[in-house]
Design a protein around this ligand. Structure first.
Ligand code: KMH
Ligand code: ZN
Length: 288
């Protein structure tokens, strides 16, 4: 089995603000410190959204300058693979501008970006409305922007049909193989977080593709345990779950990273350093 790549989705994404947990990092300084703690705990990738520094809500308007600042400040402190959102960063931005902003966002100095592989009903209330819009045309264009910029897409799969979209993009040479998949088990409007669902998904992807799993709320850690047992990689962090255990808020994303790193140790699965993860995912180290 390959070494385990742990992604820390540290910023709370679009749904987790200070009103949800006081521990969500929101200022640039808090986010950088949180990334450093997560890397020390075993994360080799961090996934970032732009936040309002005061409230921890999604940053309203063009998120690119603030994401650029996060990336530059993180690079000054620690070696880690940086993965930037494309699903987030839409609040207060008219849909006509999404395309242009994603294109620009590909060139902020990160190595990876999320690419959401289909439209889905929102699993929780969201400022942009009840639909998480990702048409095949958007996906194709955004994938091409990433590839042109030398950024590796992380294909986010919320429902099993989205795997077909991945295969189609790969087959037409739009997404370079091997793809890296994130199975995002949101439940409710998407895939249920169960071992059976994950096994079905794994049957649908070529063996040489890499994959990771994340699940929302109380399913995060159990599905991470299932994923790493099956040879996959895992994502944890406040974007998906704010609890360390039932009724106990995690005080830092690093506590969640430590928890899955502990499970990996029990399972005798070594953890990948950022450099080892780059090698496994075929990433180039960014120039400083
Ligand atoms: N918020 C997650 C459920 C993105 O940022 O583009 C999925 C995600 C997608 O991380
Ligand atoms: Zn995200």
């Amino acid at each position: 089995m390959d070494k385990l790549i742990i992604t820390a989705a540290v910023t709370g994404g679009e749904y987790v603000s200070k009103a949800v947990t006081p521990y969500v990092p929101s200022t640039v300084e808090e986010i950088v410190e949180e990334v450093v703690r997560c890397v020390e705990a075993g994360a080799s990738i961090v996934h970032l959204h732009a936040k309002d520094p005061r409230t921890g809500e999604p940053h309203r308007g063009d998120p690119n300058p603030i994401l650029k600042e996060y990336i530059e400040r993180i690079r000054e402190r620690v070696d880690v693979i940086i993965n930037v959102t494309t699903g987030g960063g839409r609040v207060g931005v008219p849909p006509e501008r999404w395309d242009e902003l994603v294109r620009e966002r590909c060139r902020l100095g990160q190595e990876m970006m999320s690419l959401n592989m289909g439209t889905i009903n929102r699993w929780a209330e969201h400022a942009t409305g009840p639909i998480f819009l990702n048409t095949v045309e958007m996906i194709e264009r955004w994938c091409s922007y990433m590839v042109e910029a030398g950024v590796k897409p992380e294909h986010e799969i919320y429902d099993t049909g989205m795997i077909n979209v991945c295969r189609d993009l790969a087959g037409r040479g739009i997404a370079p193989e091997p793809l890296h998949i994130q199975f995002v088990m949101v439940g409710r409007t998407g895939m249920l977080p169960t071992p059976k669902t994950l096994l079905y998904c794994l049957d649908q992807i070529p063996r040489d593709w890499t994959w990771s799993v994340c699940a929302l709320g109380r399913h995060e850690i159990p599905m991470a345990a299932v994923g790493m047992t099956l040879g996959g990689h895992v994502r944890v962090g406040f974007e998906d779950n704010i609890y360390l255990r039932r009724g106990v808020l995690a005080k830092s994303n690093a506590e969640l990273v430590e928890k899955v790193a502990g499970i990996a140790e029990i399972l005798d699965r070594p953890i990948a350093t950022p450099e080892e993860a780059r090698e496994m995912l075929g990433l180039r180290k960014p120039s400083r």
